[in-house]
Ligand binder design. Sequence first.
Ligand SMILES: NC(=O)C1=CN([C@@H]2O[C@H](COP(=O)(O)OP(=O)(O)OC[C@H]3O[C@@H](n4cnc5c(N)ncnc54)[C@H](O)[C@@H]3O)[C@@H](O)[C@H]2O)C=CC1
Ligand SMILES: O=C(O)C(=O)CO
Length: 354
Amino acid sequence: MAKPISMEVWNPSGKYRVVSTKSMPGARWIRLLTDNDCRLEICTDPKTILSVDDILALIGDRCDGIIGQLTEDWGEVLFSALKRAGGTAFSNMAVGYNNVDVEAANRNGIAVGNTPGVLTETTAELAASLTLSAARRIVEADQFMRAGLYEGWLPYLFVGNLLKGQTVGVIGAGRIGSAYARMMIEGFKMNLIYYDLYQATRLEKFVTAYGQFLKANGEQPVTWKRAATMEDVLREADVISLHPVLDKTTYHLINPERLAIMKKEAVLVNASRGPVIDELALVEHLKANPMFRVGLDVFEDEPYMKPGLADMKNAVVVPHIASASKWTREGMATLAALNVLACHLQSFRGQQLI
Ligand SMILES: NC(=O)C1=CN([C@@H]2O[C@H](COP(=O)(O)OP(=O)(O)OC[C@H]3O[C@@H](n4cnc5c(N)ncnc54)[C@H](O)[C@@H]3O)[C@@H](O)[C@H]2O)C=CC1
Ligand SMILES: O=C(O)C(=O)CO
């Protein structure tokens, strides 16, 4: 077992021991836990990604609930250790469970929470930023300026793609995909084509109503289409943004065959999960198609990029920051604390939180 790692302790005499594997922004989540009779222990070790052994050491002999991060591998080993330590509650500080073996949690009687909703707009805004940065070559142009290469305006200098009137394709039109679609439709008057397992009725109604508004004001109306297949989106869209959950149906959803049917000058954005794209295939595609551009917030083997990606001028890459606004991160921390409290700790039952 790993050696004990550094901890910050709040409310040392609290009845329930709750552990957070990372410091998180804001004070509200801390107050929620300490006001509800929890002794909160926050891991302050500088190591960015904790191993299973590190987390076993954090759980120790007694732990009622724990807040973990999307970089951690929550499976049988950790859930059985949490059960042995008397724990009943785990919350991921993230949307979804792709780093969590929910069946293992169930087997060990541990309830699992996550933190959706509060990061919907923030994540969609980053996807929109990546779209603009890739379409208008912002990072390349910035680097060019800083390198002292600008000698004056030229007709061909950093020519990119106009979004207005083009088609935005969304794969996974859930909370974030729909919010992103609305931003691109309202902001840039793009037409929508989307693919999801379920119909995005509210999104469709919004586009219809916005199209009618534009028409009534003498402008070209925007349109929507629900695609029968993902391939239809890839063939038709000028910009494609990926927002599905990561599971076995979406692993390497973007593969060499699907890259090959996309427009040569398309923009592809991923702010969902890295393994949704076959990243090695993407690098080859970027090399062969210099006018094809990507904006990536997530990577197949985080924190690493596949060989060659960092050299590609037609890729904009940022380190998984899509939900990184202060308000959102504080909200995620608050939701994670509420998950641990509300579902599982006796102390919370019948009490009011604020
Ligand atoms: N980069 C970041 O920092 C962040 C990334 N995320 C990622 O974004 C994902 C989406 O989040 P939300 O919109 O809140 O989730 P959501 O559950 O509201 O939306 C996911 C959508 O994907 C669809 N879907 C599932 N399987 C599919 C398939 N095979 N093909 C097409 N669509 C499929 C679902 O039907 C659903 O509409 C999360 O699961 C998470 O992985 C979320 C927040 C921040
Ligand atoms: O919450 C998530 O799903 C993330 O990716 C981190 O913001």
